[in-house]
Design a protein around this ligand. Structure first.
Ligand code: ADP
Ligand code: ZN
Ligand code: ZN
Length: 683
């Protein structure tokens, strides 16, 4: 309903409002506008009483009737008119996400809005709006100082920009093939063609935003860029969100949450490293930003680019079936740069001392000798995953979880990585008094210590969640690597992806073997992607004169494992084909659609009983309902957890079952807390 419609004197109007509550409904309120007031419209925010509180919700409908009895109806307290209404396409996106992920609309739409807009007291937007208006719109979105694209890059950029309508494209480019440059030049063409167009670029990690931000700013001087991620201060977030919402920001760069931003003139979506698990939100509304992005592109009939050197099998399958188009970059972009040689170091033959094999030590030494950098990748933070007593067999378990306490030696602490419980390191065994407790296994801190012993002169830097707790510390750590102040970098997956290290010629991978034997069928897909990504950090610039050729050393006890063979051959195609065939045989995604019902309670029996009830409470033709099972880490913070997997080869069949199922379960009384995840990735 357009704002030009004015309230007459007779008709009573009601607003349907979505609120951020777990109740799966929208709420009707009476609107008492003065004569002549503009009638509120869907997409506006309104303050309403809810229980004992006053909350801001989203107007989703305006009507002259309601089924709510008059004595139950409450009045709208205020409609926030400062903000241009959110447009129907955005409301439809939230509506789709709510329906698909089986959550209330308000829970999807409202929490994503900046806090200032949702505050009980109206916050003046005047200052923010003035600030935004100051940035004049640029008319010259042609990238400055851009390198000349190689023919494959040029072809890809042109093909992306030339696409009309919904055109999902996989940009399949080896690590270092210059995918970023393709995104930017395709974006430039789209921005040049449409005077007010917006481009959305998603990256998987908050730590990658500064690098892309710098690239965008250098290439598009004068074009307004807005960044959206969870690390922004509230004021900044409001400013950036508003400039996207008002269409001032021509390029919006963000992590997964940016997929729910209001972008009224969106013309192109780019998802960098589309395979990355970080695109999946793992709590609350457990959405896949990549999947929502594809939906959004289809809704708007615009092109979307999914970039990766190791695409997800879901995306790869869409390429095989012809739904997505594939553009390929086979070579590295920088002059003379080639993919690194991958070597396996057999740990049975070359026995590691303190976690490092002699092959790896001498490879690092060769880098130190000519001023090049090395990166050691170990996906386990802390000093050692467990502390144990040799004398009596005691092991440091978390008293609240089915998990070990991780030893953090520099912090003098044992920490549970599941419930965050911390304690001092015991001086002696709590069971037998033995004072010689042993750390078992190795984390990044222990490897850092080994390196300090072997290379006392080297500048060693560890980057993981522990070393980068302080805001801004991750960025300054990465900056110092780029400035060449670091010889050896040790880190978890934080260092493995995306970064364009220019002087790094060696990657060492420690202990990747455990993932080979995981019960999770996705483990090998992930391990392969992770190894290809981390390998991709080496040799991104051409070989220096007198310098080393780039190489990757993987320390393993299973050097004949076919997964490593595929990594050595840089052969994603074969690996993906084999894996897809296996998945087809096994009847798992992407050939099956799944949802996971989780339940938790003080007693495991309560959780299981609820799931057992859930398994039988609704008829389910065409749906397979598996047995309820305890989760792998069953107890976390003294809560027992169990899960129930449901699946179907038909997505629509699964969706209609879920809708009915959720209605029934919401009406079920239970002491268990439960939640549903659609398209789960960790099962
Ligand atoms: P990817 O995302 O594919 O791993 P990047 O986009 O980070 O690769 O590019 C790798 C490196 O190659 C970057 O340093 C980039 O500046 C450089 N590069 C990209 N395109 C070209 C080009 N056409 N000529 C020279 N260097 C390029
Ligand atoms: Zn003991
Ligand atoms: Zn714990």
């Amino acid at each position: 309903m357009p704002t030009s419609i004015q309230q007459d004197n007779v008709t009573q109007l009601y607003l349907k409002i979505a609120l951020d509550t777990p109740l799966d409904t929208c709420f009707d309120y009476r609107w008492n506008g003065a004569p002549g007031d503009a009638v509120p419209e869907p997409g506006q925010l309104a303050l309403v009483p809810f229980g004992r509180r006053e909350v801001v919700g989203l107007v989703v409908g305006v009507s002259d009737s309601t089924e709510v009895p008059a004595d139950k109806l409450k009045d709208v307290l205020a409609v926030r008119t400062q903000l241009a209404p959110l447009i129907p396409e955005w409301l439809a996106l939230c509506g789709f996400a709510a329906e698909y992920y089986q959550r209330p609309l308000g829970e999807v739409a409202v929490p994503g809005l900046p806090k200032n807009l949702r505050a009980e007291k109206p916050v003046s937007l005047e200052r923010a709006l003035k600030k935004i208006a100051k940035f004049a719109l640029a008319h010259d979105p042609k990238p400055a100082n851009a390198p000349v694209l190689n023919p494959a890059q040029q072809q890809a950029a042109d093909a992306i920009a030339a696409a009309e309508g919904f055109a999902p494209t996989l940009l399949y480019g080896v690590t270092g093939s210059g995918k970023t440059e393709v995104y930017l030049q395709a974006a430039a063409q789209v921005l040049a063609r449409h005077a007010d167009a917006q481009v959305l670029i998603l990256v998987p990690e908050i730590n990658l935003t500064p690098q892309v931000e710098a690239n965008v700013c250098a290439r598009f001087p004068g074009v307004r860029l807005a960044t959206l991620h969870s690390g922004l201060a509230e004021g900044e977030r409001l400013l950036n969100w508003l400039s996207a919402h008002l269409g001032h920001a021509r390029i919006v760069l963000g992590t997964r949450l940016a997929i729910l931003a209001s972008l009224p003139r969106l013309r192109l979506i780019i998802i960098d490293e589309e395979h990355d698990p970080s695109y999946k939100q793992q709590e609350g509304l457990r959405y896949s930003a990549r999947d929502l992005a594809v939906w959004r592109a289809r809704q708007l009939q615009i092109p979307i680019v999914l970039g990766s050197a190791t695409p997800s099998l879901e995306t790869w399958q869409h390429v095989q079936s012809g739904r997505y188009r594939k553009l390929e970059l086979r070579e590295r972009a920088s002059k003379d740069a080639v993919l690194p040689k991958v070597r396996l170091v057999d740990m049975e033959r070359d026995k590691p001392g303190e976690g490092l094999t002699s092959s790896l030590v001498s490879a690092i030494k060769r880098r130190l000798d000519c001023g090049e950098q090395s990166l050691l990748f170990l996906n386990r933070r802390g000093y050692a995953p467990v502390l144990a007593c040799d004398a009596c067999g005691w092991i440091g378990n978390c008293p609240r979880c089915t998990a070990f306490m991780v030893l953090h030696r520099p912090e003098h602490r044992l920490r549970c990585h599941h419930c965050s419980l911390e304690m001092r390191i015991p001086k002696s065994c709590p069971t037998c008094g033995n004072v010689d407790l042993q750390p078992l296994g190795r984390g990044t801190q222990r490897i850092e210590e080994s390196l300090q012993l072997v290379f006392p002169q080297a500048r060693i830097l560890r980057i993981d969640a522990d070393s980068t707790r302080l805001k801004g510390s991750a960025q300054s750590a990465f900056d110092s690597v780029h400035r060449g102040e670091v010889d050896i970098l040790v880190g978890t997956q934080m260092v493995a992806k995306g970064h364009d290290f220019r002087n790094l010629t060696l990657v060492g991978v420690l202990n990747p073997d455990t993932a080979l034997f995981s019960h999770d069928y996705r483990a090998s897909e992930r391990l392969f992607a992770q190894l290809m990504q981390v390998a991709g950090r080496a040799g991104r610039a051409g070989q220096k004169e007198g310098g080393n050729a780039s190489e990757v050393l993987i320390q393993t006890r299973y050097p004949t494992h076919p997964l490593y063979g595929a990594v050595m051959a840089h052969d994603y195609d074969r690996f993906a084909a084999d894996l897809l065939e296996e998945r087809k045989q096994a009847g798992v995604p992407p050939f099956m659609y799944q949802a996971l019902l989780r339940a938790e309670a003080r007693e495991l029996d309560t959780a299981i009983a609820f799931l057992q009830h859930a398994a039988h409470c609704v008829e389910h033709p065409g749906i397979t309902i598996n047995d309820p099972i305890p989760m792998t880490v069953t107890r976390v913070a003294n809560v027992e957890r169990a899960q129930l997997l449901v699946e179907s080869p038909s997505r629509p069949a699964l969706q209609s079952f879920l809708k009915l199922w959720m209605e029934t379960l919401r009406a079920t009384r239970t002491r268990a807390k439960w939640s549903l995840e659609v398209d789960p990735v960790d099962i």
